[in-house]
Ligand binder design. Structure first.
Ligand code: SF4
Length: 238
């Protein structure tokens, strides 16, 4: 199969069947910590990068042939690029729901949520895991290296907006990189923004797999403990 993979055992999601909606490393960011290597096509333009029918045909074939004892806890739009770049995301989510009642998850870098149509399409999932690594433009550009014109204040506003209309759950993911966004005062700045977004959970992540840039290091254990303390009860270190 080209677009459906797994199910992969994930600490957060259980057995997750992944769906990729764009070719390898087509993304609006080029994060310094990306475990997939450098972005090959940094872009904000949405289109049907992969044919909706081909993806849904694979999902159908997977469930037709799935052994009864193979566990699938969720279907996750994620993969090797930014899934919301596929303009058919809304139809894909609907199509998956017609095939199976298993919960649908979207993992996104949040950049395209600035577009109302993307928010409308993304609202069709049960759980969204958007990332927000920075709350100031300079740190945003340093860590996520976004496509030109991407503005972190607008992304924050769109996350606030999205959470108000979204009926599912939101787990906000923050990747901490040593020396960039893991200082105590910066963590407190992020916390202020998180309080406005009001996600159901905050998930603090660290780059543990080989990153795109060799100099990227995870935060210290003491920093992770501090982050846990700052973000409080709703926070998981993943
Ligand atoms: S948003 Fe995800 S896929 Fe894109 S560069 Fe960052 S980590 Fe890699």
């Amino acid at each position: 199969m080209k677009y459906v993979y797994g199910p992969v055992k994930s600490r957060r999601l259980g057995f997750s069947l992944g769906i990729t909606t764009v070719p390898y490393k087509v993304c609006s960011f080029d994060c310094v910590y990306c475990q997939l290597s450098k972005t090959t096509e940094k872009i904000m333009a949405r289109k049907e990068y992969v044919d909706e029918k081909d993806i849904l045909a694979e999902v159908r074939a997977f469930f037709k042939n799935k052994p009864d004892d193979l566990k699938v806890d969720c279907i996750t739009f994620s993969g090797s690029g930014e899934p919301t770049l596929n303009s058919r995301l809304g139809r894909l989510i609907k199509g998956v729901r017609e095939i199976t009642g298993i919960p649908v998850v979207l993992i996104t870098n949040s950049s395209l949520l600035v577009e109302p149509e993307v928010r409308r399409q993304a609202a069709g999932v049960d759980l969204i895991i958007p990332s927000l690594d920075a709350v100031t433009q300079d740190v945003f550009e340093e860590i996520d290296r976004p496509v030109k014109g991407s503005n972190v204040s607008k992304i924050i506003d769109s996350l606030i907006e999205f959470k108000k209309i979204f009926k599912g759950r939101m787990w906000l993911e923050i990747m901490l990189v040593r020396g960039i966004n893991d200082g105590e005062s910066y963590l407190r700045k992020i916390k202020k923004v998180v309080d406005k977004i009001k996600p159901d959970r905050v998930q603090i992540n660290s780059p543990v797999r080989p990153p795109a840039e060799k100099w990227v290091k995870p935060p210290s254990v003491a920093t992770l403990k501090k982050a846990r303390q700052i973000f409080g009860e709703n926070c998981d270190i993943v």
